[in-house]
Design a protein around this ligand. Structure first.
Ligand SMILES: Cc1cc2nc3c(=O)[nH]c(=O)nc-3n(C[C@H](O)[C@H](O)[C@H](O)COP(=O)(O)O)c2cc1C
Length: 367
């Protein structure tokens, strides 16, 4: 299956994979898709540089992209120390009380608490762009709005196309007006930050709004070949998948069988919730005792980005160590109900393509 996206990026299959893991991103590119590495978790630009050097050596010369997070509404800037001081003590007390109720032990004395994700501050995201442009990237994507004009101009000067995620047709129109080259129409079902319109409704609206000004990729709820076929039928030039790679074997390198992975494998499509508790903006997460505690009467309102993640970052670290699948913090979409086995990216890709092919054959017989 080849579409205009394959020509544009020199890839074999019209499948783009967003992932926070350089191991998964490289495997997606090696399997003939376009792996896109999420940069938001890299508080230290030098660490991102190392990850991209690793990708340069492990993608077999295949193209790959990066994803940064520059919200259209700029969150409060500041150092991690200033920002931590802005977190109200009552919120900290709620987190501590909740972790005690969930039986999550404190960090061992030798482990330092992290600072929280700072990659959504424009200052940090700009450092990601600076580093990424030193590597042979094929795409820069931005979540949460069109990238600022100077970032778009820098990418274009370097010959790198820019993608942006859209949760409404109006977002998509604004992206192409701003000069964005690829629109990712991301529906409500998606893992991570997401809007309120389902992919089935959103995608044709975005395709019609954008017309021939930019290719549109479908995101949200895609994890099987039938869903890829549906996305193409609705007018997409390709798909952009995020959740499905979380159970790839390359994702769990170093910690197979983690509580998070066990929770993902067991979850059904009813086991997600859209909540502001991860970042301060609405994001779809795995529903667990942790998300339920924040939804219970008396729980505080989540803080705005970036303070909420600073508030909960140590809690995330503690839950990850506690090894209890009922209390983990993980963004994932409704497709989690189909993520029932751990397998290498290459296998996942080949299953997608086989089912896509079978679906197209079946549909062709209906004519
Ligand atoms: C764990 C996780 C982290 C994500 N982080 C980001 C991010 O940093 N930037 C971004 O543009 N999208 C992010 N997303 C959204 C994905 O790019 C993608 O749009 C979404 O996963 C597609 O829907 P799906 O989860 O149903 O495949 C994230 C998704 C997940 C599951």
């Amino acid at each position: 299956m080849r579409t205009a996206l394959c020509e544009k990026f020199g890839i074999e299959h019209p499948i783009v994979g967003f992932t926070p893991s350089e191991h998964v991103a490289a495997a997606i590119s090696r399997a003939g898709g376009l792996g896109v590495l999420g940069c938001v978790r890299f508080n230290d630009p030098a660490e991102l540089d190392r990850a991209l050097h690793w990708m340069d050596e492990n993608t077999g010369g295949r193209p790959y992209g990066v994803d940064v997070v520059m919200p259209a509404k700029i969150p409060t800037e500041g150092t991690s120390v200033d920002l931590a001081a802005m977190v109200p003590p009552e919120h900290r007390e709620f987190v501590e009380r909740t972790l005690t109720e969930l039986g999550v032990p404190p960090l061992p004395s030798e482990e330092r608490a992290g600072n929280g994700v700072l990659g959504w501050l424009h200052s940090v995201a700009r450092s990601h762009v600076d580093i990424a442009l030193k590597h042979p990237i094929a795409l820069i994507a931005n979540a949460l709005g069109s990238p600022p004009p100077d970032v778009l101009a820098r990418a274009h000067d370097a010959g790198v196309p820019v993608a942006a995620l859209a949760g409404t047709a109006e977002h998509a129109r604004r992206h192409v007006d701003a000069g964005v080259d690829v629109v990712v129409a991301q529906g409500y079902e998606a893992g991570g930050h997401t809007g309120e319109i389902a992919t089935m409704v959103l995608l044709p609206e975005v395709v019609d709004a954008v017309g021939d000004r930019a290719p549109v990729l479908a995101a949200g709820g895609i994890g099987t070949g039938r869903q890829v076929a549906a996305a193409l039928a609705l007018g997409a030039t390709g798909v952009w998948m995020g959740s499905a790679w979380l159970t790839a074997s390359e994702y769990s390198l170093g910690m197979p069988d983690s509580a998070t992975q066990r929770a993902l494998l067991a979850a059904t499509s009813s086991d997600t919730v859209r909540s502001r508790i991860y970042t301060g903006k609405p994001a779809r997460l795995l529903k667990t005792r942790w998300t339920q505690a924040w939804a219970a009467p008396g729980a505080p309102d989540p803080l705005p980005m970036p303070l909420q993640n600073i508030l909960v970052s140590e809690a995330h670290q503690r839950m990850a160590r506690a090894d209890d699948p009922a209390a983990v913090a993980m963004p994932v979409g409704q497709i989690v109900g189909r993520m029932n086995q751990v397998r290498p990216v290459a296998e996942l890709m080949s299953a997608l393509l086989t089912e896509l092919d079978d679906t197209l054959t079946r549909l062709d017989r209906l004519r």
